[in-house]
Design a protein around this ligand. Sequence first.
Ligand code: ADP
Ligand code: GLC
Length: 495
Amino acid sequence: MGLNILMAASEAVPFAKEGGLADVVGALPRALAARGHDVRVVMPRYLKVDRERYGLKLLPGVLVVPMGIIGTMYCGVYEGRLPGSGVSVYFLEHEQFYGRGGGLYEVDNVGYLDNDNRFIFLSKAALELCKMLDFRPDVVHAHDWHTAAIPVLLNTLYRGDPHVGNAASLLTIHNMQHQGTFYEGAMEVLGVGWEHFTFLGLEKDNQVNLLKGGLYHATLINTVSEGYAREIQTPEYGWGLEGVVRERRADLSGILNGVDYGEWSPESDPFIPASYTSENLDGKKICKRELQQAMGLPERDDVPLIGMVSRLVKQKGIDVLAEAIPRILELDAQFVMLGAGEPWAHFYFGDIQAAFPDRFRCVIGYDNPLAHRIEAGADFFLMPSAFEPCGLNQMYSLRYGTLPIVRATGGLDDSVENFDERSLSGTGFKFRDLNAGALFDTVGWAVHTWYHRRDAVEALIRNAMGRRFTWDESARGYEGLYAKAVVRRGRNAGR
Ligand code: ADP
Ligand code: GLC
């Protein structure tokens, strides 16, 4: 039977994106709707979300949002659709919170000082919206710290609410590092009462920790791979919340993200210069040439090309890569990097480009068409992540026959199968230890295989291109969690 699902998040493709979270929130609701559920998405109307371009319509009325000590606040609501679907997306129009230039969460690498208010507002407005729409969700699905206050609100201020009081909650963790920690005064904006500012609630190190509150209060919790669900129970990956996660491990599961193959398929990708299939890879050669040419690298078929598209932050292992890259570039291989992030990395990899102009190119910035051309034109795709809850690019790479070289962590470990020299099974190359030596050895192994084991590389490409991670499959997983959460909520006066 179809469920009513409210999905609340801080970003969604195609409207606003900083990372893979947006890909998930743009795709999962469509897959759920295709399975017969009534899914509604709610997110901020950031300045960059163009009302004309997406045909957004202003709904009549004003949303009234109680913001604790700040008092009552108001916002307009625009309605749009996820492209190619009937899924409604509701955009909160609030000039003071979302009407600014800069990034979604920060500007010049500094988080906005009012992020607590901005996202407590999102969480509360999401619930108030249900009244405005007369929508009674069976489940409210929150993502990351930005909407982690929702499970707390559902168990407290909104427990008796006729529209959302009975809704179960699911909190999906896409990243444990970012927890939404704020000074304790944020409790007065949340307005749930100081009795929740405890070790067994929102308090962590004398601060308000929204993710922690969500972890305690959500009916069920999941992460975006089974591997990451195990990892965050350990100090190495739990960022101080491993104890809370372990406490709730019976209610924790892992569901791997899917890929939007409408966007990411070498047969139909409009951004790449030639299409190709697993039966005929001629087009991939053209893509490689074009990429080399565009990047100003020698146009050679006889040298392997390693690609990377990433936020340039420590999570992605760029500090380890920085240490390993001079040695990697002594191999006869080319390297193209696209990304933006920490300023030191922009300078450092820029210097590497100056030192190895015929081997290494780095484009600092965000460029979706180029990301597609790198996926298609490279032979290998590198992701040396320190942690990776799911990771999308390795899944894209598999589809493009661009063999992933990954650190065996989280979703990378779950989605890439290591090359086995004897059986020629596998889809990529993996290493476990997070250090420059292990990274170099594994890139060396891949490059050596490329030069000396053509048969193996062909087998790996075939295996990789045959792998599928569909959203329908992930949606089935979520459907199972929603059903369980609804039953649990019906029985339980707590969560
Ligand atoms: P994360 O969300 O941690 O950054 P994911 O692998 O889940 O990692 O998602 C990253 C998404 O952002 C992918 O769709 C990737 O192609 C895209 N991306 C990251 N950096 C860039 C960039 N510089 N230019 C274009 N796309 C990028
Ligand atoms: C986060 C994670 C990434 C994951 C994405 C979508 O940004 O860093 O691994 O793929 O969320 O779930």
